[in-house]
Design a protein around this ligand. Structure first.
Ligand code: SF4
Length: 64
């Protein structure tokens, strides 16, 4: 699993941080920070949920 972010699209909603806190964080201005671009498989469900719930469609998940 490989995650990429489009920070320009991020509106700082924070949904990803609430859904997958081991993978996403936010800067002081609210923009997303990627903590782990290659998270372990057990986080796949929460990562996919975070991507699906992102209102800005800023999270892309590729599975290997
Ligand atoms: S859910 Fe999307 S818009 Fe909200 S902080 Fe995360 S990446 Fe940004």
């Amino acid at each position: 699993m490989r995650i990429t972010l489009d920070e320009d699209r991020c509106c700082g909603a924070g949904t990803c941080v609430m859904t997958a806190p081991d993978v996403f964080d936010q800067r002081d201005d609210g923009i997303v920070v990627l903590l782990d671009p290659n998270p372990p498989a057990q986080l796949a469900t929460s990562v996919h949920d975070a991507a699906a719930r992102c209102p800005a469609a800023a999270i892309r998940v590729e599975t290997e």
